[in-house]
Ligand binder design. Structure first.
Ligand code: ADP
Length: 199
């Protein structure tokens, strides 16, 4: 909801289409979703590098990083998670307007919250990438020792343990990280972007 009144939208004299033409690629949002430890950060970091090496303007928004700054007033209750995703969605929209390919790496457990981001973006701009791995696998990996803490009751509302994860039903890209290496995952997503003539 907009609290302020008397605010108007000012258009730039440079359009999104012109920016995309100058960059030589389209601007989309690659929205990674999946359990903690499913591989969102690892794959998105590798993909950002691969895109950069191809001279593509890409920028990654990472869950923990955003919670250090922009969203440092938000926790992990359903309301705060919703607001977290809403803000990231709005930032992604601005970055798409700026002509960038944005990679977001957030658990984003609620389907409704992800769908809302899809709705504020143009058709084809929101590309949902499901990093698929079972809770068991993620718990075995436990790169940040968070599952251990959640099991010990030191972290509450932990997705997959005592908070739900709603898997995407129509993700544009599904990366099964139990059977796909990081390099293969990057290639899979690059292929998608090429097929759709985004890059
Ligand atoms: P998330 O960002 O989803 O919380 P991370 O990328 O931080 O997940 O952690 C994933 C962990 O799983 C890392 O330690 C990574 O090295 C490991 N891993 C093992 N196989 C894969 C794979 N195929 N894809 C991505 N990560 C993998």
């Amino acid at each position: 909801m907009t609290k302020s009144q008397n605010i108007t939208w000012h258009d730039s004299e440079v359009t999104k289409t012109e920016r995309q033409a100058q960059n030589g690629h389209k601007s989309v949002v690659l929205w990674f979703t999946g359990l903690s430890g499913s591989g969102k950060s690892t794959i998105s970091v590798a993909l950002e590098k691969a895109l950069f090496e191809r001279r593509i303007h890409a920028y990654r928004l990472d869950g923990d990083n955003i919670r250090h700054g922009l969203n440092n007033n938000l926790g992990f209750s359903p309301e705060d998670r919703k607001e977290n995703i809403r803000r990231i969605g709005e930032v992604s929209k601005l970055l798409a307007d700026a002509g960038l390919i944005t990679l977001t790496a957030f658990i984003s457990p609620y389907r409704e919250d992800r769908d809302r981001v899809r709705e504020i973006l143009e058709d084809g701009e929101f590309i949902e990438v499901y990093a698929k791995a079972s809770v068991e696998t993620c718990e075995q990996r436990d790169p940040k020792q968070l599952y251990k803490k959640a099991r010990a009751g030191e972290i509450k509302n932990f997705t997959g343990i005592d908070a739900p994860y709603e898997a995407p039903e129509h993700a544009e890209i599904v990366v099964d990280t139990e059977t796909t290496s990081v390099e293969e995952a990057v290639q899979q997503i690059l292929n998608y972007l090429e097929d759709k003539q985004i890059i």
